[in-house]
Design a protein around this ligand. Structure first.
Ligand code: 5GP
Length: 193
């Protein structure tokens, strides 16, 4: 069994509404070795894709994304939920992302300065559920005229429809681990990525 699956079984806490709390190693306290192993998986899967930028959304995507970007030797960019006072009103792309866990819609932005039509972007996030966060990032990449080279997910909840929505857009999705069911408080993993 992979390191990440073992850690989820050991330390993951299943909350109501099919939410898994992983804040002892991923979402609050962060285990750099787990992040490193996740990043290596992403690197090996997408290494032929000519990635020029890794994109995520704050806050939980940042840890896996920065280490992944270090393997590709490219910059990591994260979509911000607040507009910095230093960024003028026309200097960014924006989209709305509904948060599954917090039940709020966030307007998220990225500066036009850091992405352009020559970029091949690898989108990274900690979880994939209904695909709102990943699709919001895809929208930002498309507004910039750049290409999405793929989507890398640490923990996919495959019983929700995020993967299907991304595949319907013709995108390559690679998940380090896939959860098939959380029924009866039991975590069941799917084989494959
Ligand atoms: P989606 O946008 O695909 O519906 O949900 C993915 C986003 O919601 C991720 O950015 C992640 O932060 C959050 N999320 C979704 N499901 C879970 C979960 O089970 N546990 C945690 N910790 N975050 C989740």
């Amino acid at each position: 069994m992979s390191y990440l699956k073992e850690r989820i079984l050991k330390d993951g806490i299943i909350l109501p509404n099919n939410v898994i709390k992983v804040d002892s190693f991923m979402n609050h306290q962060i285990d750099p070795e787990i992040m490193q192993e996740i990043a290596i998986d992403f690197y090996y899967h997408f290494r032929q894709e000519g990635i020029t930028k890794v994109l995520t959304i704050e806050a939980s995507g940042i840890a896996p994304a920065i280490i992944t970007a270090a393997h590709f030797k490219v910059p990591m960019l994260f979509a911000k939920k607040t507009q910095p006072s230093t960024l003028g009103n026309k200097d960014f792309y924006e989209t709305n992302v509904y948060s599954y866990t917090k039940n709020v819609t966030n307007r998220v932005i990225i500066s036009k300065k850091y992405i352009n039509e020559n970029d091949r972007v690898l989108i990274i996030d900690d979880f994939l559920a209904n695909g709102e966060a990943a699709l919001g990032l895809v929208d930002l990449v498309e507004q910039a005229g750049a290409q999405v080279a793929g989507v890398g997910i640490c923990i996919e909840k495959s019983f929700q429809n995020g993967r299907q929505k991304l595949m319907d857009k013709g995108l390559e999705v690679f998940s380090v681990c896939r959860i098939g069911s959380l029924e009866d408080q039991q975590i069941e993993f799917l084989e494959g990525n």
